[in-house]
Every structure is written in structure tokens, then in C-alpha cells.
Design a protein around this ligand. Structure first.
Ligand code: KG4
Ligand code: ZN
Length: 393
């Protein structure tokens, strides 16, 4: 089957086309297109993501990106006749946003109906105005092409990102069940237990800031640009490279809480006090603060992960989400996995941060896990809603 996936939950407009066959345990994946258009340059001047601005950018870029993805995938297509009734349906779907209706109709007249089988779209969690752009586009295309839709939870997308691995491709073993997934991103820090694909159990998570959010905020304290994860980890790397002893140390919040919850707000405040205490903070001091922050993050993340594995006797570990692009954390989880002799699955770096390829993988997972996840009926498809606070498990 060929899956066209749409992801617009935050500040990346992303489209992918995946050819998938086989089972979840033994899948065969062939990526046909994988495009990510980041809005980071637009949002970074404000130090964070503005929902209305994100929506505007998604609306501007989504159809051109779909066009480009179809061109890349080089799929055959059948002609479409745009009828008055389709125009009317589009008006309703796009809630009379004329620009999107017109753009989509123009696109359809040229592109026709491509040889895809299903549309996967992220419906939450995320910024609702941004999510709506992807959902409405999926609805319109589903109507015009007469294709079913599978609605995907963004967090399940992050988890599914490990099902594909460029180096080993199909021959790679898939995570053995039951598996534990640690999702670490800009909006989430969650431990999720998976007994069976498609069934998730929330075991614990942050009680305040997400770990990516903490990275972004601490980065700002150190005068680094948004998003702060990559520049902060670069800085920390310098401190480690210097081989000098780190004069700073930060608390490990909730390490003895007895449950599987985490907290990053206190750690962030501890960094803030330390930064404020320095008069004329030097470049070197900043590198040590960054490194001490990463040490604390890695300690609490690995500690709670280990605890969850022990408690539920998981057979493998998945670490995913934007923050899993971090090399220091990757190494720390590698060490943990070796120590407790557990297979570890971390996505390829370019699949760690938001993308649509992971949404097509999660779409495949959903289709295989339960056929009722495939929405064929237009009556059901039009009811699909953006769910900003959607949970997993
Ligand atoms: O998964 P993602 O792309 O978007 C959300 O779903 O939130 O995650 C974005 C988050 C940001 O907070 C960003 O600073 C963080 O992931 N991030 C990193 C790294 N790359 C991205 N954090 C630490 N180290 C990195 N290398
Ligand atoms: Zn994400």
C-alpha cells in the first residue's frame, strides 16, 4: 500500500509518501518521498512558536509541498473533473478560506488522482490552528480522490519512527514486545508501555516542563537561539572536550519520588539562579553550565527509564522524539541498554525531530493493528477534529 502522510502539528510542514507491505513484525518499507519544511527561521526571532503564524505558514506551503512529494514519488495519476459540488464541499471543509480552497482545486486539476491508497494525518497533540490545516487538507483530498483516511497521534508517530532504519532497513529486527517507549520532545516527556502494537499505557511523565522545553529555556538563559537543544548540546560538548572538572552541579528532581514521574522546572530554576549569580558570565562558564544541565537531564531520564523496565520487565527500549537527536543522551541510553542487556531502538537522527515519514509509519501501524482505524466513510472523515491535548495511553 502507498500512504501519503501529512504532519502540521507544530512548526514543520511535512509530507511523506511511503510504500509499505508485510506485517508490523516483518514490515517492508520503501520511502518514495519525505519532505520537511521548517518554519524555525520565522519563529526563532520570537523565541518560540506562534500558533497563528504557524497556521499561516502551513496554509501557504502545504499544497506546494504535496505537489513536490508526488513529483518525487513519480506516481501515475488519473484525471479529475472538478465539479461545482466538489467546490462547495471544499468551501465547507476549508471553512470558506478561499485561498486554500482555490489552491487545492487548482492543484487537483493538474495533479488528478495519484496512485496512493490512503491518507495519514496527524490530528493531535499539538497547536490546534496548525493541526487544522493538515486535517482539512486531508479531508479535501480524501473527498476529491475518494481515498480513506487514518488519523494519527503525533506521539505514536515518534514511537513508530524506530520501525524504519536506513542502514539496516527491512532486515532489522523490530522492537520485541512488551516494549517501553520514552518520548522526549518539545512538548512531551512520557514513559509509555506497549504490550501490543496500537495499545499504549501511560506509566509516567513530566509533572511540569517537557525536557525539550527545558533545553529551550536553559538555552535562552545562555543566550543561545531557538530551538535551544542543538546549540546547547554543542556547548556542553565543548566542556566535556576540555576534560576540565565541571565546577557546577544541578539537582536531579524527583529522583526519589517512588513513581515514574519526572520534573524539569526545578532544574531550570536552579540553572537560572546559577546564571544570575555569575557576574560577567564567561564563555567557558556557559559550556560548563550546559554540560551540568545535560548531566542532570541524562541522569533522571535514564534512572526513571531503568525503573520502568525493572518494574514491568520490558523486552526492549525505544527512545524517541526531538530530544532523542541529542548525541550525549543517545550515548547515555546506549550505555544503559548495554548494562542491562536490553535491545535499544533510537530513530535515525533525521527522523527524531518532527517529520511526516514517522506519521506514515504510524499510519501503517494503525492500519495493521486494527482495521477500524481506517476511515472509509466520508461521514466519519468530515467529523475528524484537531485535538490539541490528545494523549497516548
Ligand atoms: O519532536 P520535536 O521535533 O517537536 C515536538 O514534538 O515537540 O522536538 C523538538 C524539541 C525542541 O525542544 C528541541 O530543542 C529539541 O527537540 N531538540 C534537541 C535536539 N534537537 C532537537 N534537544 C536536545 N538536543 C538536540 N540535539
Ligand atoms: Zn514531535
Amino acid at each position: 500500500m502507498k500512504i501519503l502522510a501529512i504532519e502540521t502539528s507544530c512548526d514543520e510542514t511535512a509530507i511523506s509518501i511511503l510504500k509499505a507491505s508485510g506485517s508490523i513484525e516483518k514490515p517492508n518499507f520503501k520511502p518514495l518521498a519525505d519532505l520537511v519544511l521548517s518554519q524555525i527561521d520565522i519563529h526563532s526571532q520570537y523565541g518560540g512558536v506562534f500558533p497563528a503564524l504557524a497556521k499561516r505558514e502551513h496554509a501557504k506551503n502545504i499544497i506546494p509541498l504535496i505537489k513536490e512529494a508526488l513529483k518525487k514519488a513519480n506516481l501515475s495519476s488519473k484525471k479529475i473533473t472538478v465539479t461545482e459540488s466538489l467546490k462547495k464541499d471544499f468551501d465547507e471543509i476549508f471553512t470558506h478560506e478561499e485561498e486554500l480552497t482555490k489552491k487545492t482545486l487548482d492543484f487537483l486539476e493538474k495533479a488528478g488522482t495519484p496512485d496512493i491508497d490512503i491518507i495519514a494525518v496527524t490530528y493531535g497533540p499539538g497547536l490546534e490552528p496548525a493541526l487544522w490545516v493538515g486535517i482539512n487538507t486531508a479531508k479535501a483530498l480524501s473527498k476529491a480522490w475518494n481515498k480513506p483516511v487514518v488519523a494519527v497521534n503525533h506521539l505514536e508517530g515518534h514511537i513508530a519512527s524506530v520501525l524504519f532504519n536506513k542502514q539496516q532497513n527491512e532486515e532489522k529486527n523490530q522492537p520485541k514486545l512488551p516494549t517501553l517507549a520514552l518520548v522526549i520532545s518539545g512538548g512531551h516527556t512520557e514513559l509509555i508501555g506497549i504490550e501490543k502494537w496500537g495499545e499504549y499505557k501511560f506509566l509516567g511523565g513530566t509533572v511540569d516542563d517537557a525536557v525539550g522545553e527545558a533545553y529551550d529555556k536553559v538555552a535562552r538563559m545562555l543566550d543561545l537561539p531557538y530551538p535551544g537543544g542543538p546549540p546547547l548540546s554543542k556547548l556542553a560538548h565543548k566542556a566535556r572536550d576540555s576534560k576540565k572538572e565541571n565546577p557546577f552541579t544541578f539537582p536531579r528532581p524527583m529522583q526519589n519520588s517512588g513513581d515514574l514521574n519526572l520534573s524539569f522546572s526545578g532544574l531550570k530554576t536552579a540553572v537560572l539562579y546559577t546564571v544570575k549569580k555569575q557576574t560577567d558570565i564567561s564563555k567557558e562558564q556557559k559550556t560548563f553550565i550546559a554540560s551540568a544541565f545535560e548531566d542532570a537531564v541524562a541522569d533522571v531520564l535514564t534512572l526513571k527509564t531503568k525503573k520502568a523496565i525493572k518494574k514491568y520487565n520490558y523486552q526492549s527500549l525505544i527512545v524517541c522524539g526531538g530530544v532523542s537527536a541529542n548525541n550525549f543522551l543517545r550515548n547515555r541510553f546506549q550505555d544503559l541498554a548495554e548494562k542491562i542487556n536490553l535491545p535499544l531502538f533510537i530513530p535515525d537522527i533525521n527522523l527524531s525531530t518532527d517529520n511526516a515519514f514517522m506519521i506514515s509509519l504510524a499510519g501503517f501501524l494503525n492500519i495493521k493493528a486494527n482495521s477500524s482505524n481506517v476511515l472509509k466513510d466520508q461521514e466519519k472523515i468530515v467529523k475528524l477534529k484537531a485535538e490539541g491535548n490528545l494523549r497516548l495511553g
